[in-house]
Design a protein around this ligand. Sequence first.
Ligand SMILES: [Fe+2]
Ligand SMILES: [Fe+2]
Length: 177
Amino acid sequence: MASSDDPFDAQDEDIDDESEDGEEVEQDAISLLSSDHAEVKQMFEEYRKLVEGNGSDDRRGDLARQICSTLSVHAEIEEDIFYPAMRENIDDELLLDQAEVEHESAKELIEQIEDMDAGDALFDARVLVLGEYVEHHVQEEENEIFPQAETSGVDLDELGAELAERKRELMAALEED
Ligand SMILES: [Fe+2]
Ligand SMILES: [Fe+2]
């Protein structure tokens, strides 16, 4: 029986992330963050389909909570590791300030959603507006911050390993809740 504090336990279903000898294959920082972006984009699309198809409160509520926790982990690893590394290595303080302000707005909406039930007035609207905020923010990251990261001289493999490690810790902590 594996102990519950083994961070790799939570990743069991992510078979693609392991090589044949069971070692974790680390992604570089840009591909790790981009795959998070693709994952949340897909979840928001799924949410919209549930709304359009009159999906039950249970299903919408579960998916909304999953979106919120995925985004919270993503925002935290960016704020703790990625943005500080960019601040040291790219000369675009305003762009990074804007990104942090966008995180603040998203987090306010996430907190509101987490305090609500899926049947409450404005629940769907809040989730869908969060999706719009996130789409805008992701475009700025992918079109403006990531290209600068690529040419910044930062070791993106090492940064990716740090992001992955922190992400595993945060996700393991979430599973314990
Ligand atoms: Fe971000
Ligand atoms: Fe991001």
